[in-house]
Ligand binder design. Structure first.
Ligand code: FAD
Length: 554
């Protein structure tokens, strides 16, 4: 990587004269080697090299006058921490790779691109034909494209309450699927172009470790052996399947649901978590009658109960049934699918046309031959890592869903940058103060940092400041006053520890709470920040004013 070397902070000296340039193009220099000598009327200063490398260009000459920030040299940086190829790797034969990234989801492609930007030669391997992993192909993006369609249908249906009525929607399922696929295609195609631009080599195939510095990739053209200096494992996660379910095309996971093969009349969604509820919303808008079965006592079990309540109320009014603290023990496949439910009040059976299984995801760490490379994997299939995203093998990193919860794309991308930077010899660590979670339901639910439930479980004293959207002019003008914005604060200092929002666009609104937490803000910082009126973002300011005692909107 070419790096520009500028004059560092040299105290009060400005416009000092260059009296010696002891290096020239082609010279190899080590960290702290002198690269310039400067002289002012008071002192002589040696400027040391901040990194090792080969001098490509010298941009100053004797007699020039320089100050802090003047670019003096361009150096092809050599990264001291990068290990030399091991004799084992070199002897093993096959193609040799500098940095191998396994898995091209948001974790893998981000790590590959960042490492390439830092000057590494990167090979990115993925079992899929297209880049983007679960997120772009069968996760975040296709689900949001379909949720957009659901929003159009729902908004049109609700227009009547505001004096504008539309006819019943005409749904062309092939065109809806086409819309979703066009969005996915744009993004995965864009990634392929970005990889090419960065000279990242991409390879399709399932990779398995065959040694500490070696993998075998099952490509469509047969097995290929690759040796590598360093590797980043970003193999993600897969949907959990329930063993008692019969093999029937009418029973599918989220990937099957996104295929949108048909719109069943009655759909049972197993699991009231984020993925199940988002897909339920899509199928409801397209015409399915929905039943949800959730083993826990509330929908979206990770979020605070008061935040989930407005969503549950809205869904109860629209869906056929929401069964909480309820399991499905068996499914019989006949003309219809008969599900056997059980909960504290008894057992019963109901017939459905299709079943979506959305009961969670499991990490893919166990299917990688990781033990052959000496990489530790937990019984569940997670790969433990340290703050630098290193596994127990110093030259192998892991990121994304495969290293732990929360299994979210934005966690994967941030871990990816840390792994790539550390692999390139930089000092970096993954130490976020908060990672936001968002359910793109209607209303949306978003939370970040400490939840009230967590604080209670940990016996931690907090002050919460709920601000009801019934007092927000913007929310009411949208007919959506059911929302709530809540801050979780340190009761003594007022420092923002967490935030949770339910309402339209909660997923967008939570970002400023994340920023507040990362910046160590307190309630006064948020309350004194002038939020534009009338917006939903004001509710964050109002929730802070509740703590400050300055709220006049309630
Ligand atoms: C329906 C759905 C909706 C979602 N919505 C959101 C959302 O809105 N926001 C959000 O943040 N997250 C969402 N997620 C979660 C998000 O998709 C994941 O957290 C994210 O994709 C994880 O990224 P990753 O890089 O760890 O792995 P993945 O995206 O899972 O990518 C891993 C890749 O590795 C490949 N692979 C696996 N094993 C091997 C191997 N041995 N050799 C070669 N390749 C291999 C796989 O083919 C895959 O392409 C959603 C998930 C689903 C299923």
């Amino acid at each position: 990587m070419t790096r520009e070397i500028a004059i560092p902070d040299i105290g009060d000296f400005k416009d000092v004269t260059v009296v010696e340039v002891p290096v020239g193009p082609g010279d190899r220099i080590a960290i702290d080697d002198p690269i310039l000598m400067l002289e002012s009327d008071k002192a002589t200063l040696d400027i040391p090299a901040p990194c090792a490398g080969v001098v490509r260009e010298v941009l100053v000459k004797v007699g020039d006058r320089v100050s802090q920030g003047t670019v003096a040299l361009r150096i092809e940086e050599e990264l001291a921490d990068r290990p030399a190829p091991t004799p084992a790797a070199a002897a093993a034969g096959g193609d040799h790779v500098d940095l191998l990234v396994i898995g091209a989801g948001p974790g893998g492609y981000t790590a590959a691109f960042r490492a390439a930007d830092l000057g590494r030669k990167v090979t990115l391997v993925d079992a899929r034909q297209t880049l983007g992993g679960v997120c772009l192909n069968v996760g975040c993006i296709p689900s949001k494209a379909l949720l957009h369609v659901a929003k159009l249908v729902d908004d049109a249906a609700e227009g009547a309450a505001h004096g504008v009525s539309f006819g019943a929607p005409q749904i062309d399922i092939d065109a809806v699927r086409g819309w979703k696929e066009s969005v996915v295609g744009k993004l995965t195609g864009g990634l392929a172009r970005l990889a090419k631009r960065r000279k990242v080599t991409t390879m399709q195939g399932m990779a398995r470790f065959t040694g500490p510095h070696e993998v075998e990739v099952a490509t469509p053209d047969g097995p290929r052996r690759l040796t590598f200096d360093q590797a980043i494992v970003a193999v993600g996660s897969s949907p959990i399947w329930l063993p008692f379910l019969p093999d029937d095309p009418r029973i599918f996971d989220s990937t099957g649901a996104l295929d949108l093969k048909a719109v069943p009349q009655r759909l049972l969604v197993l699991g009231g978590g984020i993925i199940g509820l988002e897909m339920a919303q899509v199928y409801h808008a397209l015409g399915s009658r929905i039943t949800i079965a959730e083993r826990m006592g509330q929908l979206i079990p990770g979020a605070d109960a008061d935040i989930v309540k407005p969503l549950t109320s809205r869904l109860k009014a629209r869906y056929e049934a929401i069964h909480l603290e309820t399991g499905v023990a068996a499914v019989a496949a006949g003309e219809a699918l008969t599900a056997s439910f059980e909960n504290a009040s008894g057992t019963w059976q109901t017939k459905f046309d299709a079943i979506l299984v959305a009961v969670g995801r499991r990490p893919n760490g166990a299917e990688l031959g990781a033990e052959t490379a000496g990489v530790a994997v937990t019984g569940q299939g997670f790969i433990p890592v340290d703050a630098q995203m290193r596994t127990n093998q110093k030259h192998i990193f892991a990121i994304g869903d495969v290293v732990g919860q929360p299994m979210l794309a934005h966690k994967a991308t941030h871990e990816a940058k840390v792994a790539a930077e550390v692999a390139c010899g930089h000092k970096a660590a993954f130490e976020p103060r908060c990672i936001p979670s968002v359910a793109y339901t209607d209303p949306e639910i978003a939370w970040t940092g400490l939840t009230e439930t967590q604080a209670k479980a940990e016996g931690r004293k907090v002050k919460t400041t709920p601000f009801p959207w019934a007092a927000s002019g913007r929310a009411l003008s949208m007919g959506r006053g059911e929302g709530l914005t809540k801050l979780v604060l340190d009761p003594d200092s007022g420092r923002v520890l967490g935030a949770a929002i339910v309402g339209v666009n909660a997923g967008e609104l939570i970002a400023s709470a994340c920023h507040a937490i990362e910046m160590g803000s307190d309630a006064a910082d948020l309350a004194l920040t002038i939020h534009p009126h009338p917006t939903l973002s004001e509710t964050l300011g109002f929730a802070a004013e509740v703590f400050e005692g300055t709220l006049t909107d309630l």
